[in-house]
Design a protein around this ligand. Sequence first.
Ligand code: R5P
Length: 292
Amino acid sequence: MFVCLSGVPKSVVEGLKHKCGRKVYVPLRKFFPDGEQYLRFELEYQQEKIFVIQSTYPEQDRKIVELYLALEALQGLGVGIEGIAVLYVAYARQDKRFLKGEPVSVKALYQGLKQFGIKRLVTVDVHTVQPFIDMGFEIMDILPHSYMLSKTGVKVDLVLAPDKGALHRAEAVARFFSVPYDYLDKFRDRVTGEIKVDTKILDVSGKNIAIVDDIISTGKTLAKAAEILYRLGANKVYGVVTHALISDETLRILSASNVEKLVIANTIEQGLDLPRWVEVIDISELLCEKIG
Ligand code: R5P
């Protein structure tokens, strides 16, 4: 059985119900007047093992607390937990102490999951898997970009990562479509958050290019990359990004940069009316296939 917590988008819950051969259960969730949350599983004797699914955006802190409450409640019921899938893992970008005195947030927030005997962790394009390996999880990270791009029918000549650290994503997509791949040089000022993107010597003239990334937030990484590539003569620039933490301002920035299409996965419930140039790809089938 899949237990879907409140961060799992409705389209994923529906997809899991209809495309996987497992039952889907959504627990009761309420809030106390002081804002604390309450969960209850009205499950009778449960023989099958449970796979708990959550996505920790928006309201990252609440979604993480909800995950802990669910695991404790299931443990209290004596139910076997097969593993957990976190579609979007909040706080994963703070995976090291970039500046002295900072926390390693990903460690602070997820190592506590071990107390429930959780070993198997499935993520979708988590920022980096290493912290989870270091914490002792058996992690399966699903990279959905090739699946997403193939669903759009868009054909590209070149796949680029916005920085060297994201090269494995570009490589996976490029191998799938048998096209070349490379990366751009991105610098982020850790204090001001300002982004600069430089190209190395790349031949992009007349090419249709996919920029693949894990997260789009302000949109500045993708917009800066697209601006430079168009300046160098690229034909069309597409963004293929798993998690869209976007606002109206993000859409304005991307629209001004002339990105041809932004392809995103449904790992996060979108609260905005999205323009036609944003295509949301349902990855529930991919989840079923990977989780089993
Ligand atoms: C950063 O390390 C991530 O991989 C993304 O490149 C970043 O989060 C994108 O953020 P934004 O859209 O704000 O530039």
